[in-house]
Design a protein around this ligand. Structure first.
Ligand code: ADP
Ligand code: GN1
Ligand code: MG
Length: 351
């Protein structure tokens, strides 16, 4: 990866290149040059993204579109060209590398430190959808087909369960049952998408708090990052995935489930920020936001459990039961949302 860094037009020779961040998918490195300038180098995960050239085409189009509509370079990701003037570098093994300017004087949080931080992340994702409203969504590639097609996630879950390559299913009957009991309702958003009841928008689709940059001084939203999954989608996907990750009172891999709840206070704050930043949301879209929170959490838990059954081939793990632990926090959150359902829908009605 040190060699990869030298393939780009850095402002000065690279002094260091070290692993960086907490993403589950790509390999991310911080590059520092002799001038003190910093960059983010990433190897795009070829096992996760079937067509990395298509993915880079999306990112090039979206970052240019946002750059043309921003006042400040910290309001969008900026790709640094290779020595040949290309937007990414392909190594001898066919791996794809890209380099971004480091967004300086910024914060990237794993959990909100204050309610205002979470509100600002809602503003960042809501504004992203609003800014992309006139972008021709059909020109974007589907970088992961059926990414938020929950019934399709269930099909993959059933296939992994039938294979059960490591014999892990027997010990997780309770978790399996939780997902199986909710399979029928899990298709609701997908049905609405197919019937045309909800508009297709350019969505981010991976709206975790650690995919948002805040200004380190003002703590206001700067921009959203991690654009690999930008595709046409539903507003409820982006809203829902943010609630799943950021409105939880515990970490995504918290072992002590008594610490994991969906905070109604954080839910209300995020809903306000998102709806304010994205005024074009239609009434049916607004109504589906709580459902987005529940289904994105259910879907993500199902994906963690599927990966656990499959031998942890998709998400980076730090220890053998990491994916199971993650699946359990998502189960706890879904169960908590079911208890708080009436209050969640009331919050949206009152906005
Ligand atoms: P992954 O898909 O693996 O989650 P990300 O693109 O989200 O990869 O990057 C991982 C982490 O690297 C982010 O959570 C953030 O902390 C940091 N990061 C990524 N891009 C930038 C950037 N341009 N400036 C500063 N930090 C960045
Ligand atoms: C992955 O790339 P990262 O860490 O932001 C995943 C998301 C999951 C998330 C769970 C491309 O996100 O879909 O919700 O982990 N991204 C991809 O933490 O699969
Ligand atoms: Mg990320």
């Amino acid at each position: 990866m040190e060699y990869a860094a030298t393939r780009f037009s850095l402002d000065a020779p690279a002094l260091s290149c070290e692993r960086y961040g907490c993403g589950h998918i790509n390999s991310t490195y911080l590059v520092q040059t002799a001038s003190g300038r910093r960059y983010i180098l990433q190897k795009v995960n070829g096992a996760v993204f079937p067509d990395r050239r298509a993915l880079m085409e999306n990112i090039i189009a979206v970052t240019r579109y946002l750059a043309a509509r921003s006042r400040d370079s910290r309001e969008h990701l900026t790709l640094v060209p290779t020595l040949e003037g290309l937007d990414y570098w392909t190594d001898a093994e066919g791996e794809i590398w890209r380099l971004y300017d480091f967004i300086e004087d910024s914060l990237c949080l794993q959990a909100p430190e204050t309610a205002e931080d979470f509100y600002q992340s809602a503003v960042a994702f809501g504004s992203f959808q609003a800014k992309m409203a006139d972008f021709p969504a059909h020109t974007l590639h589907e970088t992961i087909p059926d990414f938020h097609n929950t019934p399709d996630r269930y099909r993959k879950f059933h296939a992994a369960l039938a294979r059960d390559p490591l014999g892990r299913a027997a010990a997780v009957r309770e978790e399996l049952g939780f997902f199986l009991r909710r399979e029928a309702e899990a298709g609701t958003l997908q049905q609405m998408r197919q019937s045309g009841a909800l508009p297709l928008r350019v969505t981010h689709n991976d709206t975790k708090l650690n995919n948002v940059m805040l200004d380190a001084v003002t703590r206001k939203a700067l921009c959203v990052i991690d654009l690999d999954t930008v595709m046409p989608g539903l507003a409820a996907y982006d809203f829902g995935d943010s609630i799943r990750f950021g409105a939880s009172t515990g970490a995504e891999d918290e072992a002590d489930l008594s610490k994991v709840e969906m905070s109604l206070e954080l839910f209300a704050i995020y809903a306000k920020g998102f709806v304010e930043a994205c005024p074009a949301l239609t009434e049916p879209e607004r109504e589906t936001l709580p459902l987005g929170a529940k289904l994105m959490t259910l879907e993500c838990g199902l994906r963690f459990l599927t990966d656990y059954l499959d031998g942890d081939r998709y998400f980076h793990i730090d220890e053998p039961e990491h994916n199971l632990r993650r699946a359990r926090t998502q189960i706890k959150l879904v169960a908590d949302m079911e208890k708080k359902w009436g209050r969640m829908t009331d919050i949206l009605c009152r906005l």
